[in-house]
Design a protein around this ligand. Sequence first.
Ligand SMILES: Cc1cc2nc3c(=O)[nH]c(=O)nc-3n(C[C@H](O)[C@H](O)[C@H](O)COP(=O)(O)OP(=O)(O)OC[C@H]3O[C@@H](n4cnc5c(N)ncnc54)[C@H](O)[C@@H]3O)c2cc1C
Length: 366
Amino acid sequence: MTLASWRGPDLLDVPFARFSTIGVGGPVSWFGRAESIEDVAGAHAWCAERGVELLVIGGGSNLIVADEGFSGLVLQMAIGGLKFSMRDGDTLMRAGAGESWDGAVAAAVQRGLSGLECLSGIPGRVGGTPLQNVGAYGQEVADTIDQVVCFDRATAATVTLSNAECAFAYRTSRFKQEDAGRFIVCEVSFRLRAGAPTITYPDVLRVFAREMVGTPAVRDVRSVVLEIRQRKGMVLDPEDHDTRSVGSFFMNPIVSADAHARLAAAAREADAPGFPVAGGVKVPAAWLIERAGFTKGVTDGRVGLSTKHPLAIVNRNGATAREIVEFAVRIKRKVSEQFGVWLRPEPVMVGFGADPSVAFLQKASE
Ligand SMILES: Cc1cc2nc3c(=O)[nH]c(=O)nc-3n(C[C@H](O)[C@H](O)[C@H](O)COP(=O)(O)OP(=O)(O)OC[C@H]3O[C@@H](n4cnc5c(N)ncnc54)[C@H](O)[C@@H]3O)c2cc1C
């Protein structure tokens, strides 16, 4: 592998807001792109030689960068390639980290392959999906990822990690936890199967029941998911201000059965929604947020909640990262006071240092 192939940064002193779907983030010192693993190795070496920090991004759809910016190199993954091959009766889709996620899903669906159809319409690039084990409508990438090819910054070598080695869990993985910043995802392989799609999610089931579609194909599931997501402002659309977000700002908390039983009383309702999972009951964060008084469309200066989805914090008009963070703090504080549940943010926060508001957002309990 030659390290000399990377051409160096393309831009200097550019606002991160330009690369972020929620439109916030101060100046970054250098911005460049990586179109191959050799570029990734070159950019890593470039940073090491200068003692410069490195932040790898895809579509910037799950990142909040501070208004103070990032005094390092932002490297956008632009490694392309989508290849299909057969293995033991399954189809392997190998996708470059810089491929559009929804483009990869569309290509699989077009071939009648199931496994990714419920993840249609999620913004960002392929390389970002293992980070938080992207999921929606009853599927997550951990269900189909076969292996992930990474550049390991600890050893400056390419490694291939199996699904088990990625330590996937609900909206997380080793890439977001203990090994945050260590691995640069260059290629992801998915094991897909020709056949019936996954339809477990009530919203999706309801549409097929209403339209009396007995045996939907993967392409039918994709169109229904896209339709539902568009209605909820969860497909990027420059014309729709509700999509100027990072998607769901908070993860659905998992609480004990006892804590779940107390939620209904705290909300003065007969019942509280919840789904049994390993370790307790998963409660929709949207339900808690609305019951704490933050309803769809509520605004607070230049920030607010989407008019279509209470989980999406939206940059209404020129908001700063600080305004987004403080609004999220108010929501978290109110939910914890009313329900004793500590919501955790889904996006990755960069450049905030030991900021007390961000530390509060990351806290899992009192
Ligand atoms: C409207 C909207 C709807 C959304 N809906 C969903 C949803 O339904 N389900 C869901 O799970 N998410 C959802 N998201 C969140 C987001 O789209 C996903 O998490 C997506 O996978 C992020 O990819 P990205 O390329 O934009 O990553 P970025 O935002 O660019 O980066 C996110 C994190 O991953 C790291 N990273 C990115 N690429 C790499 C790489 N190649 N190697 C190493 N690290 C990398 C970054 O450093 C950062 O820490 C939504 C976001 C929006 C704006």
